[in-house]
Design a protein around this ligand. Structure first.
Ligand SMILES: *Cc1c(COP(=O)(O)O)cnc(C)c1O
Length: 429
């Protein structure tokens, strides 16, 4: 069934470490070989062996409207004919920047980079430069890209591979990263008290999505906002996953809590390599060339990437009912899957916010990294993953990942997925 994929994987392993350019693609957590893709359209992946799969990863989030979305493809194709990179300013950068700051609350300016990793790394540098302080707080299980100071209990990829603290990250770097438990406000208050006037920022995923989907508890985001205000700390929302997915204005809009710096990635690039970070003018003016905090990129604001991003954001801005449609589809899927698991007596916990959803095969509520890790033990998820795959449904190959729905999914696709789950769940006991 996957002969060609297996052959391609073998060839890839000879010249690419582990055969992949990003570890979570390698299926290590679930066993077996990764599937090689030929093409994708709408909600479907077509692999090199001729299988069609309903896609619940959507490139780990970017393809909010489905694969090969015509307006995005057109925009990129048209731009490519005029040259693919100049290293000089182009008008489209101002267009997408204006649209992004208009869609997202509390932000005056935005700087474009090439990945979510770069966005988060730059946001922390900016926060340090602005506050003159060196430490920051991150939460166990939150992922902010693979730059050194974040690779400390970093969720999904890092955890899946058993290297929560990667070799190569120095003690010197690690000592400035203070670790707290997600949803534990008291602990954050204690850490701040113990490190009085030393903390530049608190960074978090406002809805955690790299340890399964974990919503913030009632009052958690508001509490962090208050602690930051009282202690001269910047609140950084890593909205690489949630930005332009949960609402036009992301989690800030959904929860009504303002961040000082917001980072973006994934959806903002419409499937091309884009990241960005935004803040109020008083913070952004510290960034080079206006201010002393250095940050740069040869391909930043690349015309193809900006064209894809602009087409994507324009579509979302003009059709905000997409967010409602996505959330209804996700709720429908949730209800259908849950009914099947209850009927077949499979222990489970669903977490869902907007179009992000995850299932853990355990009955203990999953509220932080510790409970997510407990819930990820055992063979149930692996069996579920391979069972669903055999049914033509592609979910993320790790129990620590969220499913991302795209609006190209039809209710028929969702029904097929629920029926597949009905059959697969019988094999889980
Ligand atoms: C994916 C992700 C990143 C990293 O983005 P890359 O583009 O993979 O570098 C950072 N933060 C969050 C919350 C993410 O989900």
């Amino acid at each position: 069934m996957y002969q060609r994929s297996s052959a391609l994987f073998k060839a890839a392993q000879k010249v690419i470490p582990g055969g992949v350019n990003s570890p979570v693609r390698a299926f290590k957590a679930v066993g077996g070989n990764p599937i090689f893709v030929e093409k994708a359209q709408g909600a479907y992946l077509y692999d090199v062996d001729g299988n069609t799969l309903i896609d619940y990863i959507n490139s780990w989030g970017p393809m909010l409207l489905g694969h090969a979305y015509p307006k995005v493809v057109e925009a990129v194709t048209e731009k490519a004919q005029k040259g693919t990179s100049f290293g000089m300013p182009t008008e489209i950068e101002t267009e997408i920047a204006s649209l992004a700051v208009a869609m997202v609350p509390n932000m005056d300016k935005i700087r474009f980079v090439n990945s979510g990793t770069e966005a988060c790394m730059s946001a922390i540098r900016l926060a340090r430069g602005y506050t003159g302080k060196e430490k920051f707080i991150k939460f166990a299980g939150c992922y902010h890209g693979h730059s050194d100071s974040f690779l400390i209990q970093a969720g999904s990829g890092a955890v899946t591979f058993g290297t929560p603290n990667s070799p190569g990250v120095t003690q010197g770097t690690a000592k400035d990263t203070l670790l707290a438990q997600y949803n534990n406000l008291e602990q954050v208050a204690e850490i701040i008290a113990e490190n009085k006037n030393e903390i530049a920022a608190i960074i978090l995923e406002p809805v955690a999505g790299n340890m399964g989907c974990i919503p913030p508890k009632e009052g958690f985001l508001e509490g962090l906002r208050k602690l930051c205000d009282e202690n001269g700390i910047l609140l950084v929302f890593d909205e690489v996953m949630t930005g332009f997915r949960l609402a036009k204005g992301g989690a800030q809009e959904l929860f009504g809590v303002a961040a000082d710096i917001v980072t973006f990635g994934k959806v903002i690039g419409g499937g091309l390599p884009v990241g960005a970070f935004a803040a109020k003018e008083k913070i952004m003016k510290h960034l080079a060339p206006e201010g002393p905090v250095y940050q740069a990129g040869t391909l930043s604001g690349n015309p193809l990437a900006m064209a894809a991003g602009l087409a994507m954001l324009t579509e979302l801005n003009e059709n905000p009912q997409v967010f409602d449609s996505l959330q209804k589809k996700t709720a429908y899927l949730h209800n259908g899957l849950e009914a099947v698991l209850i009927k077949n007596k499979v222990p489970h916990t669903f977490n869902r916010v907007g179009s992000m959803i995850s299932v853990h095969f355990s009955e203990t509520p999953v509220v932080d990294f510790e409970t997510a890790t407990q819930a990820a033990q055992g063979e149930a998820f692996k069996k579920f993953f391979h069972g669903m795959l055999a049914e033509g449904v592609y979910i993320a190959p790790s129990a620590y990942e969220t499913w991302f729905l795209c609006d190209a999914l039809t209710y028929e696709d969702l029904d097929k997925t629920i029926q597949a789950c009905e059959r697969v769940s019988k094999q889980l006991l």
